[in-house]
Design a protein around this ligand. Structure first.
Ligand code: NAD
Length: 413
């Protein structure tokens, strides 16, 4: 994770940063309300932050479709603490499975890792988890080898629906070789502490409800609206037909407002909710705001110059001011002429385990399904290029090198 403090340090602008959760946005009052979610609270409990202009980029929540038991028993994979919880849970399952006198059924259950959702999140996680088992767990704790098993459950007929057909087939084939089970056309209906209930259609066309025991359940079925975004939408009449997030125009202005912009997974601009879109939207807004600041500057200067021109006593002074005004007006037209946001798709990439990745890359021949060392480097360099700072890039490379030499950490905490 990139600490926000580390990139604010080198900015000239006076940025105030509050590490807090925004609990409500009041559109009419132009006010947001924040809450310090940390354990240590200061002596004041100021919660109001007024705004003139607001950018909302709060992301999305995990979709559960109201399926009972998901929040209580499943692990999500969106924020950093989610990943830490999953890691702890994997090791807890492994250590409990090897604990004295466990029944064979219990060992099997504990070592059954179920991932629900065959989008990129579910597929990448299933691949990484199998890698963790093959490269590390199997060596350190050989007694789990026979029973450790990863299953990916997907309601649709295939995984990775956004990729082309041959890449889907390549992924399914790779998973087969990695011994990851893919259960497509299988819809999870209920989650209990030790098993899920999933519905599938059998060969005779009959719907069957099956109980699948698990030790770890990772729930990756996509995005849902955050309450703070839902509440903001309810205050703006132009948003009443929007279901998946804040509908924005081509300048990323929230429809129905003039002073609120939205970027990333909480904004609906007809693009997939991906990091690539969010990063480009952020860069566009930064350019837009810089232009707006420049426009302001030029307009103030213009007002001053026309004052000088009006009050000028001699013709040369008047002419000089007039010349400057003409130049500034030209600059103003150029600055004001900023085009709308246009997304440039660089391609889709998903890691599928055992140093293999699938990629639909628009600027190459089309799609690419590769494995081996080259893909591994391509995949890693794509991730490195997404780090914000050199500091983070170096830290990430060092982490990878450390893992290559010593393997992944297998301690429970
Ligand atoms: P997703 O919406 O892409 O996929 C969720 C899947 O879960 C769907 O295929 C859906 O059919 C399935 N599902 C839903 N309910 C189910 C149920 N009850 N039982 C079984 N299956 C069920 O979600 P995601 O994978 O979290 O991705 C979210 C967004 O983030 C996407 O836009 C994705 O492209 C992006 N993303 C991209 C990458 C990458 O490019 N490498 C990685 C992670 C996420």
């Amino acid at each position: 994770m990139e600490p926000i403090r580390s990139f604010l340090r080198h900015k000239k602008a006076a940025v105030k940063y509050y590490e807090a959760e925004c609990t409500k946005i009041d559109y009419e009052k132009k006010m947001i309300y924040i809450n310090d979610e940390s354990e240590i609270k200061g002596s004041t409990s100021a919660t109001e932050v007024p705004f003139d202009m607001l950018v909302v980029g709060v992301g999305a929540e995990n979709a559960t479709f109201g399926i009972p038991g998901v929040r209580e028993h499943g692990c999500f994979l969106k924020e950093v603490p989610d990943a830490q919880r999953i890691r702890k849970r994997i090791m807890d399952c492994v250590e409990t499975a090897t604990f004295k006198d466990q029944s064979p059924e219990e060992v099997k259950r504990l070592l059954h890792m179920v991932v629900v959702g065959g989008g990129p999140t579910g597929v990448e996680f299933a691949g990484e988890l199998q890698d963790f088992f093959e490269n590390d767990l199997r060596k350190w704790i050989p007694e789990i080898s026979k029973n450790f098993h990863v299953t990916l459950v997907e309601a649709l007929p295939n995984v990775l629906p956004m990729f082309s057909k041959n890449l889907i087939e390549y992924t399914e084939q790779t998973f087969k070789e990695e011994t990851i089970d893919i259960r497509t056309k299988t819809m999870v209906k209920r989650v209990e502490e030790t098993y899920i209930e999933a519905e599938y259609t059998d060969a005779s066309g009959k719907k069957v409800l099956e109980k699948i025991p698990y030790g770890l359940l990772v729930w990756a079925t996509g995005n849902a609206l955050k309450p703070v975004v839902k509440d903001l939408m309810s205050q703006i009449s132009a948003q009443k037909d929007s279901r998946r997030g804040l509908a924005v125009n081509e300048y990323l202005v929230v429809k129905g407002t003039e002073n609120i912009w939205a970027v990333g997974d909480c904004a609906i601009a007809n693009y997939a909710p991906t990091a690539q879109v969010a990063a480009q939207e952020g860069a566009f807004l930064a350019r837009l705001f810089n232009q707006m600041a420049k426009t302001n500057e030029i307009e103030t200067e213009l007002a001053e110059l026309s004052n000088v021109q009006e009050k000028a006593s001699s013709k040369p002074v008047r002419d000089e001011a007039f010349g400057k005004i003409k130049d500034l007006q030209k600059r103003l037209r150029r600055v004001k002429n900023i085009g709308p946001f246009e997304y440039s798709h660089q391609g889709s990439l998903a890691y599928i385990g055992s140093e293999k990745a699938v990629a639909d890359i628009s600027w190459l021949t089309g799609n690419l399904a590769t494995g081996g060392q080259l893909t591994y480097f391509f995949w890693r360099s794509a991730y490195l290029s997404m780090c914000f700072s050199t500091r983070n890039r170096i830290l990430v490379i060092m982490d990878w090198a450390k893992t290559q030499v010593f393997g992944r950490d297998v301690s429970r905490e």
